[in-house]
Design a protein around this ligand. Structure first.
Ligand code: AMP
Length: 171
């Protein structure tokens, strides 16, 4: 798997000084590379009893529906506030400065359904932890959280203690 790192572009100073940004567009445009990522997630989760794959706007909308198709499950979008048209559950979470919020349709996950949360990067874990709570607010069960990239030094995993966390690549 680690050779996939060659397909990930590292952009220093984006979106602001001091951040090293892991750009997955260079992986996505590589057919065999993109397929390996989805195949690896598929192998990990095909027997995990997943009912729906949950993706977080915006880059989660690339991997989550692709894996949902491979697993034969549904896909559920989690979006920035005021984008979804029907009744929503909302979760607020702390950022470095201030707070942010995410929403999911109240009826997107039926009580007891098993949801796999998928995103591109696990950084501080704030976003993923908030989405896990959002799933649980609707009565869903978090089957696991999957990431293409995990930034180990930010210890995002600590915010997801007790949950099944799986990342393809570690930095
Ligand atoms: P966090 O809530 O800190 O775990 O990060 C939230 C989101 O920010 C992740 O899902 C990524 O999409 C994005 N992100 C954070 N840090 C980086 C980074 N260094 N490179 C690329 N994306 C990042």
């Amino acid at each position: 798997m680690d050779d996939l790192k060659q397909l990930i572009r590292e952009v220093p100073g984006f979106p602001k000084p001091g951040i090293l940004f892991y750009d997955i567009t260079t992986l996505l445009k590589n057919g065999p590379g993109f397929r390996r990522v989805i195949d690896q997630f598929h192998a990990r989760y095909r027997d995990a009893g997943v009912d729906v794959v949950v993706g977080i706007e915006a880059r989660g909308f690339i991997f989550a529906p692709t894996l949902a198709y491979a697993l034969g499950t549904g896909f559920v979008p989690v979006r920035k506030p005021k984008k979804l048209p029907a009744a929503c559950e909302r979760i607020e979470y702390a950022l470095e400065y201030g707070t942010d919020a995410l929403e999911m349709h109240t009826d997107a996950i039926a009580p007891g359904q098993r949801a796999l949360i998928l995103d591109d990067v696990l950084a501080t874990g704030g976003t993923a932890a908030a989405v896990a709570r959002l799933v649980e607010k609707t009565g869903g069960v978090v089957a696991g959280l999957g990431f293409v990239i995990e930034l180990d030094f930010l210890r995002g995993r600590d915010k997801l203690a007790g949950r099944d966390v799986y990342s393809l690549l570690h930095y």
